[in-house]
Design a protein around this ligand. Structure first.
Ligand code: BG6
Ligand code: GLC
Ligand code: GLC
Length: 934
């Protein structure tokens, strides 16, 4: 029935001589002193009674195993959990769309044999191609030899099998079913913890078995095989299960050994540090040996069996259930009853007294009611015994007792797993399918029915269907391999896509150098993408400024009107007003009328009506200034496009609007860029603040330049703040080598194509769009969202830059990330979530590094201007991207340290916005005006 299986115990005999001696010593047949019939029935009773397990005991095992499982899941180290709960890196059950040809190598599931399969997955539900397979018997000396011998043998079997198949020698993908307890650290990385089930090859425990197999295949040299995935047999069993009405989320194997795997919530698996989705966990329940729970059901035969096994004290639960042990338990009972004269008239045979002589196949056959007495008789005779009719009947009862207990114990353990599932899913009634595999499940006549009946008794709230695995789990292994191969291919495509975003030191140093060159040209008034606009701000505040000022702040996320009171400290009252897109992109007159309306409203609310306070206007767009209160708008940026403003003096436009709205009097003193306002605002606290940086909707920087370097402004001494308008850096094509096709798409779709190229790679208005374009591309490659393009993702600006900040936040669990993405209507799998996160990281990292290269260029310029060996300088920073993104600021700082090592650059975040700075510029101007009047 189970032909071709050398009994594992046989060669244990050769290493355990006591077994033989025991046998020889007891061989004589007692003529006298046989028990009387009544005694003998008591003896039988006593003996079989030991294998009876009560429902209470089963419930105790169920509860105790559940406790151990939960303890192991929590990662509790002490007391050492009785089961291992090993995560397998299989994160989802099959979709049914997996396809391709795969080689599967199975080692360890079925005794001393190894199986190679050729599995074809069609990707079409219900359409199966029968796998081709070949079984190889592992020679005894290999099973107990060196690891290299074992893996060389496996590689040899692979070649022999493949030689007979019409396949190419190249590019084969292999799934490795390795059924021993392993610590997996990836789909293709798995370290053997300890051998079980009669294997004991040296030099393998503690090693990555995938690597050992790869090395052996390479030594063999015949085939180019990529070992893509490694799985436990239980996982193969679960994954190969036909897609049915309910999810198959448990894989049970009872073969030489026994074990189960199931889909656990990843957040409950402490070692994974993962909070999304589910992961398949191999329970390794064979090692369950809780004394409290198992003690009462352990028989003297279990103790003897354990004592004489290759691994005494280990795998105690497996030794009561696994096929490797059932025959041996039966043999021990029969030998005992024979010795006591109850069986075979007290005459044992040498075979009966030798370890491993009774095999699982014997037990299964003898217990099978349809086998008939003659068959049992024949098996016993083969063991050298002379059975009478009563012997035959008693032997059948012994087989039934041993197997019934095995099935009941297995059921108690399975009930524990089902309780766990039910608990973690928080479901009243759990509906689940259990895939079953292994020879005991498949071929033992009563095992499955007892198992199922007992599970119903112990877990009545679970609605379980049992589905036998069709081909020993080979298909499931191929499924995992297909998924692993697909994930590996997707990862390669993801890496290729993101590679242009990963800038190295040389590329960043080149950006810094180009920026320096463009700055110099711009300052000289030569053609350059950096305009280097003089701002007429000549000094940072000195603390002597005083008075009440109004300020406007236009051009960032919010439009604000502020009242700034400068005494020994600065007090700010402000209000945010919205600028509807229709106004930002309507006529200039509308825009400035709207601004004045907001000021009037603010004045009324603050009780300032009728007062003509000096006003500082933060206007965050490129302006050519001819003085502090004169700024000609060069061009709109960042989504503003009001007509009839470009080429006009913005202060005049504001004054005209004030005149139109006759009720109000305002004294516009200064117009400042937001970078300047920010620098001044931070400069009030720190006199070393000589750089202003904005990374928000747009990006830009300003800094204090030597006046002698500024063409077009008279004077050779002192400083002047220069608004770099670095957002336009690269508009002359100098950044083209760094620009990706995604940048090009974002630029093309913007309202100012070809303009603000640096800004479009860095600032908040564009990063979300870059991410969206990458996601579209990855979807078209089938890497994301199962290749399904969604309408939502086609929508412009749907992916806000604030999502990048949220998604990349360390404090956010991946499941929350998924929720954000699901809110966008994206059909995510858990693999997708991680990929989207990686895309966001690549895009924001490049942005931060480019920004850092810019700051490094500015700091170096200041250092060189002043002829200093070392420069200590502060940068005042504002902008939602810089402030809200969890890693942006530290990446900028790291890049500056790398590219400008001689500058100690400190970053100060502006807390009050640039309005305070605009007020301070106004205050200085008023002070100067007063002093000239005096
Ligand atoms: C604000 C400043 O805090 O930051 C504005 O007050 C500036 O002047 C803005 O424009 C930049 O950030 P964002 O993200 O609002 O564009
Ligand atoms: C043993 C192994 C386990 C395997 C089981 C069934 O218990 O340790 O990994 O799943 O046997 O083959
Ligand atoms: C844009 C504007 C610039 C401003 C920056 C930050 O680049 O052109 O003036 O400083 O955005 O808001």
């Amino acid at each position: 029935m189970f032909g071709g299986q050398p009994p594992l115990w046989k060669f244990m005999d050769s290493i355990r001589s006591e077994g033989l001696q025991q046998g020889e010593e007891a061989l004589s047949c007692p003529e006298e002193g046989l028990p009387r019939p009544s005694d003998s029935s008591e003896l039988v009773q006593d003996c079989l009674q030991q294998f009876k397990v009560t429902v209470a005991q089963l419930q105790q095992i169920q509860a105790s195993l559940l406790g151990s499982m939960e303890q192991a899941l929590r990662g509790q180290a002490s007391p050492v959990p009785a089961v291992r709960m090993l995560p397998t890196y299989v994160g989802s059950t099959p979709h049914g769309t997996e396809q391709g040809d795969f080689v599967v190598l199975e080692l360890g599931a079925t005794g001393a044999s190894l199986r190679v399969l050729w599995v074809t997955l069609t990707g079409i539900e219900g359409h199966r191609v029968e796998p081709r397979s070949q079984e190889f018997v592992i020679p005894q000396d290999v099973m107990l030899g060196t690891g290299q011998q074992l893996f060389d043998f496996a590689a040899h079997c692979l070649s022999e099998f493949l030689d007979a198949q019409p396949v190419s020698k190249q590019g084969l993908q292999l799934g490795f079913s390795f059924s021993f307890p392993c610590h997996q650290t990836g789909l293709d990385r798995s370290t053997l913890i300890s051998w079980t089930k009669g294997f004991r090859c040296s030099g393998v425990e503690g090693q990555d078995v995938v690597q050992l197999l790869r090395d052996a295949i390479q030594r063999q040299g015949a085939y180019n095989i990529d070992v893509v995935a490694v799985v436990n047999d239980t996982v193969g069993t679960m994954m190969g299960c036909e897609l049915g009405a309910r999810p198959c989320e448990v894989g049970l194997v009872v073969d030489t050994g026994t074990n189960v795997c199931y889909m656990e919530e990843a957040r409950d698996v402490a070692v994974l540090d993962e909070d999304r989705g589910r992961v398949c966990v191999s329970v390794e329940w064979g090692s369950f040996s809780d004394d409290g729970a198992l003690g009462p059901v352990l028989t003297t035969f279990d103790h003897t069996l354990d004592h004489e096994s290759l691994n005494p004290g280990a795998q105690r639960f497996e030794k009561m259930i696994g096929g490797l042990y059932l025959g041996e338990l039966v043999r021990l009972v029969l030998a005992h009853l024979t010795r006591r004269g109850v069986l075979f008239r007290g005459c044992p045979s040498p075979a009966l007294l030798s370890q491993g002589s009774v095999l699982l196949e014997h037990v299964a056959e003898m217990e099978d009611p349809s086998a008939g007495a003659a068959r049992v008789h024949a098996i016993l005779q083969d063991l050298g015994l002379s059975p009478e009719a009563s012997d035959v009947e008693l032997v059948q009862r012994v087989c039934a007792a041993v197997c019934t207990r095995a099935a009941q114990l297995c059921a108690a353990a399975l009930a524990a797993v089902l309780s766990r599932l039910q608990h973690s899913r928080e479901q009243q009634t759990l509906q689940v399918a259990v895939a079953t595999g292994g020879r005991v499940c498949e071929r033992h006549p009563r095992f499955c029915s007892i198992l199922q009946g007992t599970v119903m008794l112990l877990a009545p709230e679970c609605d379980v269907s049992f589905i036998p695995s069709a081909d020993g789990g080979g298909r499931g292994v191929a499924m995992v391999t297909a998924v692993a191969a697909r994930l590996a291919a997707h990862r390669r495509l993801l890496e290729e896509t993101l590679a242009p975003f990963r800038l190295n030191h040389d590329q960043l140093a080149a950006v810094q150098a180009q920026m320096r060159e463009a700055m110099a040209k711009g300052l000289r008034g030569e053609a350059s993408s950096l305009r280097m606009l003089p701002t007429y701000v000549r000094a940072t505040p000195d603390g002597s400024e005083r008075g009440d000022f109004l300020a406007l702040d236009l051009g960032g996320t919010n439009f604000r009107v502020l009242l700034v009171r400068v005494t020994t400290c600065v007090q700010i009252t402000s209000q945010i007003y919205s600028i509807p897109e229709s106004v930002a992109q309507g006529s200039g007159q509308q825009l400035f009328d709207h601004i004045v309306d907001c000021i009037v409203d603010f004045q009324q609310k603050q009780g300032l009506s009728g007062q003509s306070l000096p006003l500082g206007f933060t206007f965050s767009f490129p302006c050519k200034q001819l003085g502090l209160d004169q700024g000609i708008l060069l061009n709109w940026t960042k989504g503003f496009n009001a007509s009839d403003c470009e080429g006009q003096d913005v202060v005049s436009l504001l004054r005209e609007a004030i005149t139109r709205r006759q009720a109000v009097e305002l004294n516009v003193v200064a117009i400042v860029n937001d970078t300047v306002g920010t620098m001044m605002s931070c400069g009030y606290e720190d006199p070393r603040c000589e750089i202003g940086l904005i990374v928000g909707t747009g990006t830009n920087a300003c800094y204090m330049e030597e006046l002698r370097n500024v063409a077009g402004v008279p004077g050779d001494s002192g400083h002047m703040c220069i608004n770099m308008e670095w957002g336009a850096f690269g508009d002359d094509g100098s950044l083209d080598t760094l620009s990706t096709c995604f940048d090009a798409s974002v630029d093309q779709a913007s309202i100012n194509p070809g303009k603000q190229r640096f800004e479009k790679m860095i600032s908040g208005m564009y990063l979300g769009e870059i991410v969206r374009h990458i996601l579209l591309h990855l979807t078209s490659l089938g890497v994301l969202f199962r290749g399904q393009q969604t309408q939502r993702l086609q929508t412009r600006d749907i992916f806000k830059t604030k999502f990048l900040s949220e998604i990349e936040s360390d404090s956010l669990a991946l499941r929350q990330v998924r929720a954000i993405l699901e809110d966008l209507g994206l059909p995510l799998t858990s693999d997708d979530t991680l990929m989207v996160l990686e895309v966001c990281q690549a895009v924001s990292q490049r942005a931060a590094q480019l920004c850092g290269a810019g700051v490094a260029a500015v700091a170096e310029k200041i250092r060189e201007n002043r002829g200093l060996e070392e420069l200590a300088v502060s940068v005042g920073v504002d902008g939602t991207l810089y402030k809200l993104h969890p890693h942006f600021s530290s990446l900028v700082a790291a890049t500056v340290r790398e590219l400008a090592p001689r500058c100690a650059v400190t970053f100060l975040q502006s807390e009050d916005g640039s309005g305070k700075g605009a007020a301070l510029v106004t205050a200085v101007a008023c002070r100067l005006a007063q002093s000239t009047r005096v």
